[in-house]
Design a protein around this ligand. Structure first.
Ligand SMILES: C[C@@]1(CC(=O)O)c2cc3[nH]c(cc4nc(cc5[nH]c(cc(n2)[C@H]1CCC(=O)O)[C@@](C)(CC(=O)O)[C@@H]5CCC(=O)O)C(CC(=O)O)=C4CCC(=O)O)c(CCC(=O)O)c3CC(=O)O
Ligand SMILES: NC(=O)C1=CN([C@@H]2O[C@H](COP(=O)(O)OP(=O)(O)OC[C@H]3O[C@@H](n4cnc5c(N)ncnc54)[C@H](O)[C@@H]3O)[C@@H](O)[C@H]2O)C=CC1
Length: 216
């Protein structure tokens, strides 16, 4: 499996099963996509939340699942019921329709078009995705918690170094120096520390790192 980042803006994600797992996936995808959950019952996190998730009370059988996929024209189907036959039908129908599918009740062998949801750490615009290839989701979660602590502040660093990188380009600094300067900024403990106090402190510290490289 090759990890890719997929923009689901403007797409529909169709989730079968509104239990704990269906709810978790639905709320995750609702950050970006339109989400529809089809299920006879809903986890309280879905039922309670005044969220953007559309709840449809129904318990389609294998054929019904196919109809739902045809009508909703989703970009991604999530099979998260506690009925393996319904999940299998959702997977088959999605693959027939050329739609990506996340089967939540199986690990291991995947077919083309089937996707796994990784554990993620988000510090916008930085995003880490982590998978164990389905071997141990609990380990994905544990590693995610470690990485969360490890990369705290990465979003601010991405914003700052992204801006500096553009400024150096605009100043026509030769590529080799530009790269060296940016590489030093993102590795500088001083800049990371200063950024915790605020962007302008980080900026000041980064400027001195950059000047040191440019004045060599
Ligand atoms: C294959 C995959 C398919 C998919 O869902 O995409 C899948 C499958 C299964 N998960 C199961 C169980 C658990 N899943 C979690 C947690 C997460 N599971 C997630 C992803 C994935 N789970 C995909 C592989 C990811 C990878 O490659 O590592 C995460 C990362 C993302 C998310 O779901 O949001 C999220 C952590 C999010 C976070 O916190 O960051 C926990 C931990 C807990 O609940 O504390 C447990 C209980 C402990 C355990 O069993 O490990 C079972 C057995 C069910 C049963 O026993 O009946 C199956 C089916 C099977 O194994 O057959
Ligand atoms: N991928 C993951 O991270 C994990 C996956 N699982 C697997 O995911 C599945 C779901 O787990 P939970 O949410 O904990 O179970 P759950 O029992 O809490 O939820 C299942 C939901 O599916 C609904 N449902 C039943 N028949 C349906 C149908 N025909 N159409 C639509 N919805 C239907 C039920 O009403 C219920 O709301 C289980 O099979 C489990 O093995 C479990 C834990 C983690």
């Amino acid at each position: 499996m090759i990890p890719l980042y997929h923009d689901l803006t403007g797409e529909t994600v169709l989730v079968f099963g509104g239990g704990a797992v269906g709810a978790r996936k639905a709320l995750r995808f609702a950050d970006e996509a339109r989400v529809v959950v089809v299920s006879p019952a809903f986890d309280e996190r879905l039922a309670g939340a005044a969220s953007d998730v559309e709840l449809v009370r129904a318990a389609p059988d294998a054929d019904g699942v196919r109809d739902w996929i045809d009508r909703a024209a989703p970009g991604l189907v999530v099979a998260a019921t506690n009925d393996a036959a319904v999940n299998a039908a959702a997977e088959a129908a999605a693959l027939d329709a050329g739609v990506l599918v996340n089967r939540t009740d199986v690990s291991g062998a995947r077919t083309a078009g089937s996707v796994v949801v990784p554990a993620t750490v988000d510090d916008d615009p930085v995003r880490v995705a982590l998978s164990t290839g389905g071997a141990s989701p609990a380990l994905s979660k544990a590693l995610r918690e470690r990485i969360e602590a490890e990369i705290s502040g990465a979003g601010a660093m991405a914003d700052l170094s992204g801006a500096l990188r553009q400024e150096l380009k605009d100043r026509d600094i030769p590529p080799a120096e530009r790269r060296e300067a940016i590489r030093r900024v993102v590795r500088s403990e001083g800049v990371w520390k200063a950024l915790q106090k605020g962007r302008s402190y980080g900026r000041q510290e980064a400027d001195s790192v950059i000047e040191e490289v440019l004045n060599r």
